[in-house]
Design a binder for this molecule. Structure first.
Ligand code: NAP
Length: 364
């Protein structure tokens, strides 16, 4: 089969991981890379995407059609995503944009409206949705394996102080930790309460804010989801995200007939525990394992689990080749619903209270 050809926007860390994941994925190749400086693009190609054309400046690559890319992967800082995606959509280039797609619900909605109007594929890179373990969890939940879902609990965090790219994490310009990883927690709420069947009824949160810029660093959030069909009662989500410490990343979905648990690192899920209850004290647990794709070891990954970006690349190729404007794994509606949860929670965290005001002076 003709290979699926990728263009990459940025010579940053996740861009390098993506290039090596795609290099090891049969039927895919990177044909073009653009960075703000031509030297960075050339160096990136030499180290991570041999044979790809290097462009100095994103626009130079967008304007050029010699490389013949089938899709563009946008992996720049979040505050540049909207403008870059708009330019790609205007050229009708199928686009996979790293999360967060944009830094406000209005911007996210504007991008999906533009993509729909021009019939251009657009996906926010919530790669978790493309993992086989997530697909299995969705199938089990939809099939009623744990009964009616009542609640979901999940946390995700890492210490930004341990060395994260400047300005990408926990900064006000790029949307704080809510936009960075809150989206992964909202994804878990929408896994339990599928956005095809449930609406957000309410969301609240309390936060530890960064001193200095007041950005959300650690947030305990609650959301209530209601079924569109009155027969579905809905339930609650209890979500925690933080940029102050590393966390185990466990997620449990609780239902009337059992539970489903991602034992660790639920944003790159590899193990699923499915417990079915026969009484209050008796239950049976089945453990389902989904090993990572093979890795030739030639690249030192910047982020854990990045070889599995292959799943996302494959999803995009399937959808683009089918002429779709969205991927079924993470639809425009899913992404908008997730950003609505995060934004509603963040708005509350930033509401002026005596506690928030007291937290402002000094630096994090
Ligand atoms: N899926 C995941 O698991 C995952 C993991 C990590 C990050 N991400 C997401 O990927 C995106 C990039 O993160 P990263 O960790 O790869 O960050 P990074 O290494 O700092 O790369 C960010 C890139 O953004 C570009 N950029 C554009 N305008 C910029 C500006 N004003 N200041 C600084 N850089 C600017 C730079 O591209 P040039 O090279 O062109 O200069 C830089 O290389 C973020 O949206 C992040 O949330 C996703």
């Amino acid at each position: 089969m003709v290979p699926f050809r990728w263009a990459i926007t940025s010579a940053g860390k996740i861009a390098a991981d993506f290039a090596h994941a795609v290099r090891q994925l049969e039927g895919h190749e990177v044909v073009a890379v653009a960075a703000r400086s031509e030297a960075a693009a050339r160096e990136f190609c030499a180290r991570h995407a041999r044979g790809a054309a290097a462009y100095g400046g994103y626009e130079a690559m967008f304007r050029c059609d010699r490389h013949g890319a089938d899709a563009c992967y946008v992996a720049t800082r979040p505050d540049s995503h909207r403008a870059l995606c708009e330019r790609l959509i205007a050229r009708r280039v199928p686009t996979l944009c790293e999360k967060p797609l944009a830094t406000s619900v209005d911007d996210v909605a504007a991008l999906y409206a533009a993509a729909a109007a021009s019939r251009t594929f657009l996906m926010e890179g919530v790669w978790t949705r493309c993992f086989p373990a997530t697909a299995k969890a969705r199938e089990l939940l939809r099939g009623g394996a744990i009964g009616d879902v009542v609640a979901v609990q999940a946390e995700f965090g890492y210490a930004i102080a341990n060395g994260c790219p400047d300005g990408v994490r926990g900064s006000a310009a790029t949307g704080g930790m809510g936009r960075d990883i809150g989206v992964y927690l909202a994804e878990k709420a929408l896994l339990a309460f599928d956005s095809r069947d449930y609406d957000l009824a309410d969301a609240r949160g309390v936060a530890v804010l960064g001193r200095g810029d007041g950005v959300d660093l650690t947030v305990a959030a609650s959301a209530r989801m209601v079924g569109r069909d009155p027969k579905r009662r809905g339930g609650v989500a209890s979500l925690l995200w933080t940029g102050q410490c590393d966390t185990p990343e466990v997620c449990a979905v609780l239902g009337t007939a059992g539970s489903l648990r991602f034992a660790a690192t639920h944003h790159t899920p590899r193990t699923l525990e499915v417990t079915t209850r026969t009484s209050r004290t008796a239950s049976r647990t089945e453990v389902l394992d989904f090993p990572e794709p093979g890795d030739d070891g030639a690249h030192r990954w910047n982020y854990p689990g990045s070889i599995s970006l292959q799943y996302e690349a494959a999803s995009v190729a399937r959808a683009v080749r089918a002429g779709a404007v969205e991927a079924p794994e993470w639809t425009h509606a899913d992404s908008l619903a997730a950003h609505r949860i995060v934004e509603r929670v963040r708005d509350q965290c930033y509401a002026p209270t005596a506690d928030v005001d007291a937290a402002k002076p000094g630096d994090f």
